[in-house]
Write a protein that binds this ligand. Structure first.
Ligand code: DX5
Ligand code: ZN
Length: 216
């Protein structure tokens, strides 16, 4: 299966959000990755539900909403109504992961769980079969433009082993510091979806950069 690419709108020009979304519509992007930060779970604030709705109004690609927030259960329905196709919550923010996953699915969205760099994939041993996506953070969440953490490669391999051992259909997403240098190896060890923010939006030709990532 070709790699899927999810450009992160966090790196876009927020003063020209409509044209940035339209640019992604014209590209080979598979999703638009939407980073929600609450200033509590992560030390930064991005944007919330009304902006997600505004993105959705112009988007021709499904929204992959990454909730970097505490108490995600309180906002699942709001983000689903705002247009999320995939909703990813952080394992570290959930006391009742199974309940949260069921809640996302009952809203008709795909369910994702994201792990911080220090969180072991072994913690998903009893929930992997329920998950459509597991997103591995390859930077500490909160900011775009950070350096890729090399340990991610072995983490992907361990996650892939877990998925295969349970005969699950879960996709592996990697988020943070992704570029054309690390993308081929990420794909090789088992990544299915690559999130890329600054590498796409800071490039001279974002549409071509997305095509280059798709072509690895
Ligand atoms: C980080 C976000 C990422 C980020 C990726 O907290 O979850 O999605 O926007 O940006 P780059 O690709 O610049 O690391
Ligand atoms: Zn993200």
């Amino acid at each position: 299966m070709p790699i899927q690419v999810a450009p992160s709108i966090l790196a876009a020009d927020f003063a020209n959000l409509q044209s940035e979304v339209e640019l992604l519509n014209k590209s080979q992007a598979d999703y638009i990755h939407v980073d929600i930060m609450d200033g509590v779970f992560v030390p930064n604030i991005s944007f919330g539900i009304p902006v997600t709705e505004a993105i959705y109004r112009h988007a021709k690609k499904p929204l992959d909403v990454h909730l970097m927030i505490t108490n995600p259960d309180l906002y699942l329905e709001a983000f689903r109504n705002a247009g999320a196709s995939v909703i990813s919550i952080h394992l570290e923010a959930c006391s009742h992961l199974n309940r949260s996953i069921q809640a996302i699915k009952s809203l008709g969205a795909k369910a994702g769980v994201t792990l911080n760099p220090h969180t072991s994939v072994a913690l998903l041993e009893d929930s992997i079969e329920l998950l459509d996506v597991v997103c591995l953070m390859s930077v500490n969440p909160g900011f775009g433009g950070q350096k890729f953490i090399e340990n991610t490669y072995s983490k992907i391999s361990r996650l892939k082993d877990l998925i295969l051992s349970k005969n699950a259909k879960t996709l592996i997403e990697v988020d943070g510091g992704v570029n054309l240098e690390n993308a081929p190896r990420l794909k090789e060890v088992g990544a299915d979806i690559l999130v890329a923010g600054s590498f796409v939006f800071n490039s001279v030709d974002p549409i071509q950069t997305i095509a280059d990532l798709k072509a690895i």
